[in-house]
Design a protein around this ligand. Structure first.
Ligand SMILES: CC(C)(COP(=O)(O)OP(=O)(O)OC[C@H]1O[C@@H](n2cnc3c(N)ncnc32)[C@H](O)[C@@H]1OP(=O)(O)O)[C@@H](O)C(=O)NCCC(=O)NCCS
Length: 182
């Protein structure tokens, strides 16, 4: 497999490398685009990278090495969400589809209780949105002005989801947006 995952130990062996990764990179489409070391430390301390609801992994590529970090949220709900962050040198190189396919395989393949898997991004994160669609995820919500932008007008948050049975069948089922006649 080209893309694989190594579970992170955020308070032990991987702590310093994780802080270095988070502070070295910029995340222009996240609510919090720049992180200081103390903020990463505080997030780790609050369990954002590992507790009963969260887990995190290095994303490794067979030929290219370490691509970035995957964080899972809401794990006790059986409908987790993800946060995916590639290292800057690996962005914009067409790796996103392989990475999201591997993330989806990893979650459904290792977590039998998970029946649906979710992700959200800002409306102008075109790369992430294209990847969702190309990987068979379905747009399920468009939260207008739902994404705060520091010093600017809020943008929309766009939510995508994939169901276990669609993942198993390799298809994308949909639903009727206008299901309520008025
Ligand atoms: C978002 C992210 C995962 C995308 O992965 P990536 O490997 O950089 O994306 P790709 O190079 O595979 O690009 C995906 C597609 O978007 C297109 N694209 C990328 N940037 C674009 C832009 N600004 N405008 C239009 N299309 C764009 C690419 O051409 C490609 O198109 P294709 O579907 O025709 O192949 C990665 O850039 C990243 O980690 N960014 C920082 C963190 C982040 O925003 N994470 C998402 C939140 S969950």
């Amino acid at each position: 497999m080209t893309v694989s995952f190594a579970r992170l130990d955020p308070t032990g062996d991987d702590h310093d490398t994780l802080v270095e990764f988070m502070t070295r990179n910029e995340f222009p489409f996240h609510v919090h685009p720049r992180w200081g070391a103390a903020e990463v430390d505080a997030a780790i301390g609050k369990g954002a990278y590992r507790d009963e609801d969260h887990d995190s992994f290095w994303i490794d590529h067979h030929d290219l090495g370490r691509l970035g970090v995957l964080r899972l949220e809401d794990l006790s709900d059986d409908a987790p969400l993800f946060d995916l962050r590639l290292d800057t040198p690996f962005r914009g190189r067409g790796l996103g589809v392989d990475v999201l396919r591997a993330v989806t395989d990893h979650v459904f393949g290792t977590m039998p209780a998970v029946k649906r898997f979710e992700g959200q991004t800002r409306e102008d994160n075109i790369a992430m949105r294209r990847i969702f669609v190309r990987c068979g995820w379905l747009k399920e919500a468009h939260y207008r002005e739902g994404w705060p932008v520091d010093g600017g007008t809020p943008l929309a948050a766009v939510a995508y989801g994939i169901l276990r049975h669609d993942w198993e069948a390799g298809e994308t089922t949909t639903f009727d947006w206008d299901d309520l006649p008025v």
